[in-house]
Design a protein. Structure first.
Length: 454
């Protein structure tokens, strides 16, 4: 084992024997299309630490793709789930109702942006939340069209794929896709045209959106616009506030509903409970999942009461929607986040991550951009000579990092971005150790690439 680290401990023989045996079984019984970023089989998780079946200890900077803002196995959540499981595990809200569903719906009405009356439907997954938000929008408006954005990600179902803007691996040879879906341009500040100010760029992107209403779909045919306030899978891209507000205002003027997909940005990740708050908007509907319940599968759509009431009884729902285990877990997560002010902690975590890599960027010109909002941070790698995306470098960085004890994820349509989704309960010592490991990995790989200095 590597004893140089305080938290991380990875054997020189990695993957270990138990992991290798499980990988063989996984190869035999699980389809290859089910992707895995790390050859790790978890035995135990606590806070920001993961113990694998061979006794290796990792720092988790992926957080189950943003699911664990409250950390692995928060004691409050474990206790709530255990207590609920002893009473009843499921009853299906469509058959026999239960109080935790009502309690969570009430809590989300007070938690989400907007002082208007709200209602909530609880479901099982993020994609299911997106699907139902679209169904509700179409029912309320009587219009079919839905606009999403370039590089956006909204799930792997048929409609989710249709709204998603990354062909491989999500859409390739899996069409045809759902009709009446349109793609608008989403800003990418790193690639802002030379000579254009930030304000001019934001205005330009809003004008591009207005053009779409002239060239692709008239407002009279659009039910909703769905937008990630900060793009997740697309590369943790933070758009200009004027762009988000501009699109929002156009929707208001044209009777187009605005759906904020906060599945990855929600629950403290960006430094406020919801990213929408930082853009000064009050979405008509918000989709939520991931960190809502610390890994217990549940999702939600919360929206204006009159919008949410558009479907008739039985037109929306699902057998497992609003699982009692998910409801009590979510209530415990929200209580913990409010009590420990994890949103403020996200701000500090983000500052540490961004400062760390901004310093590194002066030494490593392959670091083209360091960005983020709160603890939703990303580092983008480009060849400094050609400005081409360094996809292979990032793939090697992810590999070298987990071999050294840090579980890390890539992102972006080119796969040349590393994204940080550390649990917000990570200690600052743990955070620094993980960042040091990643820095060492970058240094070793960059030397090999001969791009270490300007």
């Amino acid at each position: 084992m590597d004893n140089k680290r305080k938290y991380v401990s990875v054997s020189a023989e990695f993957p270990g024997p138990k992991t290798k045996a499980l990988l063989e079984k996984r190869k035999q019984f699980v389809p290859r299309g089910v992707g895995n970023t790390t050859p790790v089989f978890v035995q135990k998780g606590q806070g920001a630490l993961v113990l694998d079946v061979d006794g290796n200890v990792f720092l988790d900077f992926a957080g189950a793709i943003g699911t664990l803002n409250a950390g692995h196995c928060p004691p409050e959540v474990v206790e709530a789930v255990q207590k609920q499981a002893e009473q009843y595990i499921h009853a299906s809200f469509h058959v026999a109702m239960y109080e935790p569903y009502i309690a969570l719906a009430e809590k989300l009405a007070s938690l989400t942006p907007g002082g208007f009356a709200k209602k909530t439907i609880l479901l099982s997954s993020g994609a299911e939340a997106v699907e139902n938000a679209v169904k509700i929008a179409r029912k309320y408006t009587g219009k079919p069209g839905i606009v999403s954005f370039t590089r956006g990600f909204h799930g792997r179902t048929l409609l989710g794929m249709s709204l998603t803007s990354k062909v491989k691996p999500y859409k390739f040879q899996m069409g045809p896709f759902a009709p009446a879906t349109y793609k608008a341009m989403y800003p990418y500040p790193l690639y802002r045209p030379e000579g254009m100010t930030e304000d001019q760029y934001a205005l330009f992107c809003v004008e591009q959106f207005e053009d779409l209403l002239l060239t692709e779909a008239a407002p009279e045919e659009l039910a909703a616009v769905i937008m990630e306030p900060v793009q997740g899978e697309g590369g943790f891209i933070v758009p200009p506030a004027a762009f988000v507000k501009g699109v929002y205002e156009i929707c208001r003027k044209n009777n187009i509903l605005f759906i904020a997909d906060e599945i990855q940005t929600g629950f403290g990740r960006t430094g406020t409970m919801f990213a929408s708050e930082q853009f000064g908007i009050e979405p008509d509907m918000i989709t939520m999942s991931k960190s809502l319940a610390a890994g217990v599968p549940i999702s939600a759509v919360t929206g204006r009461a009159e919008v949410m009431d558009a479907p008739n009884p039985g037109e929306i729902g699902g057998t497992y929607g609003g699982s009692p285990l998910g409801c009590v877990a979510a209530l415990a997560v929200i209580e913990k986040m409010e009590r420990e002010n994890l949103s403020a902690r996200a701000q500090r975590i983000g500052e540490i991550i961004r400062n760390h890599f901004k310093v590194m960027s002066t030494k490593f010109p392959i670091i083209a951009d360091v960005r983020g909002m709160g603890a939703m941070c990303a580092v983008e790698f480009l060849d400094p000579a050609t400005r081409k995306p360094l996809k292979e470098f990032v793939a090697n960085l992810v590999k070298k990092s987990y071999e050294s004890g840090v579980i890390l994820l890539s992102a972006g349509v080119h796969g040349n971005v590393i994204r940080f989704l550390t649990p917000l309960v990570i200690t600052y010592d743990q955070l620094e150790e993980g960042l040091d490991i990643i820095a060492e990995s970058i240094g070793g790989l960059a030397q090999n690439e001969s791009v270490m200095t300007h």
